[in-house]
Design a protein around this ligand. Structure first.
Ligand SMILES: [Fe+2]
Ligand SMILES: [Fe+2]
Length: 405
């Protein structure tokens, strides 16, 4: 038997509350025969004192009739204050109605009537100890799971943040390297996502498609700006060095984005110049060997890059369905074009001296020190044009300027 002042034991401890010392001793012997410790209390008041000790009580054997109150009422109280402690009620006046109600309400675990068989009592105490152990193990596993989930969520959030930052950085690098390439990439991303929606892609696939669309030409940053407009037609006529850079840009893009660990993006990038009939580059892959998402990028990519008017570019797409382009992706794009005439808008480069009232910038305008002078999308007013010219006089603007047309 353990006194209330003893330190906590690793063995399960059972609180015994009965006003008859002889009965308490029998119950203590029964508890200790199960390799458990016991604490005795003669009434509810002593039991409360025991509960104040730093001992983790696994179960309570409580007499119904106690000098200072009802055992069942005390068990009801314990259900609220120590819900993990398994409660067993013992009485010399069996009342089945009280017993069934108390068990059904979850107030007590078992009801034992006096006189009891020691072997029966031992079995019930063993069950109570096992139940308490299970409850504790469940709580331990639950908190471990909650902790692991918390860590996983934090890791996911930090990974997402890192991916968003690296994506924003890449988009910014492309824009600073060549604004024409950056705005082409934005249009391709937007239109590829529109095609993806026609194919009912999942949100994850659409997000991948948007990243791949924005990044599809990132491999071109290893070549000179002058070669960029020649991806779709005529690049074969370039001198060998830029031709190699152009031919390799899907591979270079895949290598760069593999470094950033964007799921399927490298595989999509590497195939964005492959043709449906196998006539593309860099590997001459055909049909289903080319990822569907690469085909969804290839169509708006060609539409935006071929040196033709928008209406001729649309005809070019139509004539090449099943040749260069995945037929269904191409058809989806042509339908999107028909339904969204504003997609035929283009941008053109202007000189500072050509800026006019009402023109809308399609790029951010920066000072040479990187300070933003006018944001993209801003309509120009005479006052704004004067501000740009004045700034140019004191600190010449060196970037290229593009407006919506
Ligand atoms: Fe490309
Ligand atoms: Fe492109």
């Amino acid at each position: 038997m353990q006194s209330p002042s003893q330190p906590a034991s690793p063995k399960p401890t059972v609180l015994i509350v009965d006003d008859e010392p002889q009965i308490r001793n029998i119950m203590s012997d029964t508890v200790e025969s199960l390799d458990c410790d016991s604490i005795q209390a003669a009434d509810i008041s002593q039991a409360r004192q025991a509960l104040e000790q730093p001992i983790d009580l696994a179960a309570i054997l409580c007499d119904q009739r106690l000098p200072d109150g009802s055992g069942l009422d005390f068990c009801r109280e314990l259900k609220k204050t120590s819900p993990d402690m398994i409660r067993i009620l013992i009485t010399g006046f069996p009342d089945m109605k009280v017993a069934v109600a108390a068990i059904n309400d979850g107030e007590i675990f078992r009801f034992v009537s006096k006189p009891f068989e020691v072997s029966e009592l031992r079995g019930i105490i063993r069950e109570a100890i096992d139940k308490n152990r299970l409850v504790k193990e469940n709580q331990r596993l639950h908190s471990a799971l909650v902790g692991a989930n918390d860590q996983l969520q934090k890791a996911n959030a930090s990974l997402q943040k890192a991916l968003s930052s690296s994506f924003a950085l890449c988009v910014d690098i492309i824009d600073r390297f060549d604004h024409v390439l950056a705005s082409h990439s934005s249009r391709v991303a937007k239109w590829a996502v529109a095609i993806g929606k026609q194919f009912a892609l999942s949100q994850d696939q659409l997000a991948t498609l948007e990243i791949a669309g924005q990044m599809h030409d990132i491999g071109l940053i290893s070549s000179s700006r002058s070669t960029h407009g020649n991806q779709q037609i005529g690049w074969e006529e370039l001198s060998p060095l830029p031709q190699t850079a152009m031919h390799n840009h899907p591979k270079t893009g895949a290598e760069l984005t593999r470094f950033l660990q964007y799921n399927d993006v490298p595989e999509i990038l590497i195939a964005h110049h492959e043709w449906f009939n196998g006539g593309g580059y860099p590997y001459g892959l055909a049909g289903e060997r080319v990822p569907l998402l690469s085909y969804m990028i290839a169509v708006p990519d060609a539409y935006d890059e071929v040196p033709m008017s928008r209406s001729d570019a649309a005809k070019f797409i139509e004539e090449n369905l099943g040749i260069r382009f995945h037929p269904e992706a191409g058809r989806a794009f042509l339908r999107i074009l028909n339904e969204n005439p504003e997609m035929t808008k283009q941008e053109r480069e202007v000189l500072l001296t050509e800026l006019q009232n009402g023109m809308k910038l399609s790029c951010n305008l920066y000072s040479p020190t990187g300070m933003m002078l006018v944001p993209k999308g801003q309509s120009l007013t005479p006052k704004l044009i004067q501000y740009i010219h004045q700034h140019n006089l004191s600190d010449p603007i060196t970037q290229r300027i593009f407006i919506e047309s």
